[in-house]
Design a binder for this molecule. Sequence first.
Ligand code: ZN
Length: 91
Amino acid sequence: MNMDYENVMEEIVSPLVNILMMGPDYPTFCKCKKCRNDIIALSLNSLPGHYVTTEEGRIRVFEQLNTEENRKWINKRIIMAIHTVGKYPKH
Ligand SMILES: [Zn+2]
């Protein structure tokens, strides 16, 4: 695998955003790519970055970040982002 650098937080946030957006809590929320990207970008801006340069590092950091406790506060940031995007949609 040819990897330069990668933010592991991005890998954690992206599926969590999908789960929340498609979940029962936001049935009327716009599911388009634009809104999804805005939510991911906004969430990532409020979360610490965890950059890695190797596959071993990626696996290690992913395991450290992907705990139930971490997912809880990460979800909180995502929910804040969903509310912001919902209030000020770009379209
Ligand atoms: Zn949209």
